[in-house]
Design a protein around this ligand. Structure first.
Ligand SMILES: Cc1cc2nc3c(=O)[nH]c(=O)nc-3n(C[C@H](O)[C@H](O)[C@H](O)COP(=O)(O)OP(=O)(O)OC[C@H]3O[C@@H](n4cnc5c(N)ncnc54)[C@H](O)[C@@H]3O)c2cc1C
Length: 473
């Protein structure tokens, strides 16, 4: 890959104009270059902030002609160091932060066409302003962007009912590494005209091109919602509850989150106004959300039926319904505060895994045994989207222990937990992607044939290897 000289950098800068080309001498670029947990601190000779698809096309055209490495960046909320440059100082960052427009709202067709830099929360608001819902919902929604959500095939808390980003995107506009613009902004629900090209770019983590716009599906706003919180004895009880709720509510069960005791305790310690919903301590908790297309009363009735039965059958030990929007928000906030609440507890080793839903209890039991043997005193902080079989299996260092010694075990512990995941036919990256952090783990979990197919696709679309080098493959 070429190391761009001053002349080449100024040609790149001229494409976006001086106000939108930021050099290291101009200001501190660490918000563009440092991985969020500071596992990597990259360097870049230039950050470009294009304002249009045309500018992105000219950037990639020049990058292709000069073999210059490009790192696409969205809201920079990813967890696998996918959106940051490496330490070489030769990779140019292209931030989509100025491409935030809604291009088209089609209420008859229930679609919305937006630029890739639109922040997810803004996309939700634009849909709501038009009486519709865009259901993707993540803890990072105030910062992450639609282009980043597409490039990581983001999931979140509503996947159970609405699917992940792959299910929510009808069409894409992508600038290919050559600088050519693929206008795939179709609004079709059905299109069987050969390979589903858009799917290649969804979850590609910026290695095949830059997504500049997307056609998103919109949904009717639910007329009623109810949120319930339950205390349970074990993940096996949570699985019983999930199946009971699915039987009773079907697609009206819109979220089902499992949380261990430790993440709740961390949250109660870190967040001033956080309260345990129960007086008694329970080892596990579930947050379940029910939505109704008919009324609030209907949603409440569904939740009541499920939790009364669960209490009668001894599946849950305690349950409470929110009963109001404010209380529902407070319960959701408890769940959403869990990832940041881990930080004050010191160093952590994380796993973003998925297993078949019915194997979640088995995973948790066996993984806990691994951690007890490998990292005595470490605190397992497990929570996640149980309805999708996706658990954030995070480990906090022993209280008051040595952070460096704990982190020195990271790769070894990752290997052991991931080997368990593979044995259970699961995935080592349910939501966050591969990026740089998990790149070297891929060979252990993908077959040689799968890796060869991925490399062929990469070589076909990005023959010069300029797109996000060192990520995924
Ligand atoms: C508190 C918190 C909670 C989270 N919860 C969830 C969750 O529930 N579910 C979930 O899935 N994730 C979750 N995440 C992870 C993260 O928010 C998602 O992966 C999100 O989709 C990343 O979007 P972003 O705009 O920040 O992308 P970035 O982090 O900027 O980039 C991610 C990857 O996409 C590439 N990329 C970004 N924009 C483009 C583009 N326009 N074209 C091509 N490539 C591009 C980058 O190169 C990089 O490889 C969470 C993160 C945090 C901090």
């Amino acid at each position: 890959m070429n190391v761009p000289d001053a002349d080449l950098l100024s040609r790149f800068a001229a494409i976006v104009g001086t106000a939108n080309a930021v050099f290291p001498g101009d200001r501190d670029l660490s918000r563009y270059t440092d991985e969020n947990r500071r596992i990597y601190r990259g360097r870049t000779p230039l950050v470009l902030r294009p304002g249009s698809t045309g500018e992105v096309a000219r950037i990639l055209g020049l990058a292709s002609a000069t073999r210059t490495a490009i790192v696409p960046q969205g809201g920079h909320t990813g967890h696998v160091a996918g959106a940051v440059p490496d330490e070489s100082g030769s990779q140019i960052v292209v931030s989509l932060e100025r491409m935030t427009r809604a291009r088209d709202i089609d209420l008859a067709g229930n679609t919305m066409t937006v630029e890739a830099g639109m922040v997810l929360q803004r996309a939700q608001e634009v849909a709501a302003e038009h009486g519709r819902m865009f259901p993707l919902s993540l803890g990072s929604q105030g910062s992450c962007q639609i282009g980043g959500n597409i490039s990581t095939n983001a999931g979140g808390t509503a996947v159970l009912a609405y699917g992940n980003m792959r299910d929510l995107v009808l069409g894409l506009e992508v600038v290919l590494p050559s600088g050519e613009v693929w206008d795939g902004l179709r609004k079709l629900r059905k299109d069987n005209t050969g390979y589903a090209l858009k799917q290649l770019f969804i979850g590609a983590e910026g290695t095949l091109g830059i997504v500049t716009a997307a056609v998103l599906r919109l949904f009717a706003m639910p007329k009623g919602r109810e949120v319930a919180w339950a205390g349970l004895a074990s993940p096996a009880h949570a699985l019983d509850l999930l199946n009971l709720a699915l039987d009773a509510a079907g697609p009206s069960l819109t979220a089902f989150e499992l949380m261990g005791r430790t993440p709740l305790d961390f949250t109660l310690a870190a967040v001033a106004d956080a309260r345990d919903p129960f007086d008694r301590r329970h080892p596990w908790h579930v947050l379940a959300e029910f939505s109704s297309g008919r009324s609030e009363a209907d949603a409440r009735q569904l939740a009541e039926t499920v939790f009364e039965t669960a209490l009668e059958k001894g599946i849950v030990s305690d349950a409470v319904l929110a009963g109001s929007l404010a209380r529902a928000r407070a319960l959701w906030k408890l769940r959403e505060d869990m990832p940041p609440a881990q930080a004050p507890q010191g160093a952590s080793i994380k796993h973003d895994i998925a297993v078949p839903v019915h194997r979640v209890p088995e995973f948790l039991e066996k993984a806990d045994a691994i951690i007890a043997a490998e990292l005595p005193g470490a605190r397992v902080c497990a929570f996640g989207h149980m309805g999708d079989g996706n658990i954030h299996y995070n480990i906090s260092q022993p209280a008051g222990g040595d952070a460096a010694a704990f982190l020195a075990r990271r790769l070894d512990v990752n290997d052991k937990v991931h080997a368990l995941v593979v044995a259970l036919n699961g995935s080592i990256s349910a939501e966050h992607g591969i990026g740089r952090l998990k790149r070297d783990m891929l060979a252990a979990v993908k077959s040689p044939l799968e890796l060869a197919m991925m490399r062929s696709l990469k070589a076909a679309l990005d023959p010069k290897g300029i797109m996000n080098p060192g990520k995924v493959l």
